[in-house]
Design a protein around this ligand. Structure first.
Ligand SMILES: Nc1nc2c(c(=O)[nH]1)N[C@H]1C(S)=C(S)[C@@H](COP(=O)(O)O)O[C@H]1N2
Ligand SMILES: [Mo]
Length: 306
């Protein structure tokens, strides 16, 4: 990536204070920080919202996280995003925030990152295809952008849109999916402190295959909700279109909460394969974030709102 605002080397993960984290951290090639964030907040873990992992969980390696991806804009295979994304130019980048708000704005990514504090978040990512990873993200709460935009009271949902650049994204020259990729969250899900916009992982700017330069991460939902390379954030009053639930509504609902009791019509969601492991693991309700998020769905029948 071309523009580097902060050339200082960020010692990777001071925040990884648990022994198993440190163990997996040393196995990672040390990467200098190309972070956009103009502050040293990577080093400040006092306010982070890291989730505790189970004793038997380790971080996936940088190599695993950057070589086994879903990003149909670059092809349908797991190695396609790594192999076909080198032409993609994530900088300069601007994001449009629009719709039912008092303060619509378009902002350059660098300017946006000067207004937020980048935090470290270790999250599980559970793909709907029943594999999973544990990823140390850097990012900031989506709630920060919501505050900046000051939504009107009838803004009930947010829709997100991925960039459309068929010249740089070979998958967009095919009809794998209707482009651009779109996703959505209900306002309370979007405001939830676990929901972040990520700019990096393992102390390194996001690579193209992971959704550079800015992508959503919603750890209690199936991976496809975590939309990559976002150019628009739109406040709306009705449940917005989301790519996979448009394409196959009976397989992918709008909510798409990780739920080990509600199965995909073609496979079970009860277990998962953690990338790098041989044995399958049981899938946890809400991907292990039940205590934090179950209240959002109280009174809803999750067999209907899947
Ligand atoms: N724009 C866009 N965002 C996307 C996808 C995609 O195809 N296009 N794939 C999703 C799916 S299915 C998953 S599992 C995650 C994978 O994120 P990762 O490759 O960084 O692990 O990205 C999600 N975001
Ligand atoms: Mo996925």
């Amino acid at each position: 990536m071309a523009k580097i605002l902060n050339s200082e080397i960020t010692p990777y993960p001071l925040y990884l204070n648990r022994r198993k984290f440190i163990k997996s951290a040393v196995a990672v090639p040390f990467v200098s920080s190309l972070s956009f964030s103009g502050n040293a907040s990577h080093l400040d873990n006092s306010h982070t919202y890291n989730q505790q992992l189970e004793e038997n969980e380790e971080l996936n390696t940088y190599e695993e996280i950057t070589s086994y991806n879903n990003f149909y804009e670059f092809g349908m295979g797991k190695s396609d995003p790594m192999e076909n994304s080198e032409k993609f130019q994530p900088l300069p980048w601007s994001i449009k925030v629009e719709g039912l708000v008092n303060r619509a704005f378009t902002i350059n990514l660098e300017d946006l990152l000067n207004k937020v504090t980048i935090e470290d978040r270790v999250y599980r990512l559970r793909c709907v295809e029943a594999w999973s990873m544990v990823i140390p993200w850097q990012g900031f709460p989506l709630a920060n952008i919501i505050d900046m935009a000051d939504p009107l009271s009838d803004a009930k949902f947010i829709q997100f849109e991925t960039v459309f650049r068929p010249e740089e994204m070979p998958g967009q020259r095919k009809r794998f999916l209707p482009w651009p990729y779109v996703e959505g969250l209900r306002m309370d899900e979007a405001m939830h402190p676990l929901t972040i916009l990520s700019t990096g992982l393992y102390g390194h700017d996001l690579l193209n295959q992971n959704g550079a330069p800015l992508r959503l991460v919603v750890p209690w939902k199936y991976g496809f909700k975590s939309i990559k390379s976002i150019v628009a954030i739109r406040f709306v009053n009705k449940q917005p279109d989301a790519t996979w639930s448009m394409v196959a509504p009976s397989e992918y609902g709008f909510y798409s909460n990780v739920n080990n009791n509600v199965h995909h019509p073609r496979w079970s969601q009860g277990t998962e394969r953690r990338i790098g492991e041989f044995m399958r693991r049981p899938t946890l309700m809400f991907n292990g974030y039940e205590e934090e998020v179950a209240y959002l769905y109280e009174g809803m029948d999750l067999n209907i709102f899947y």
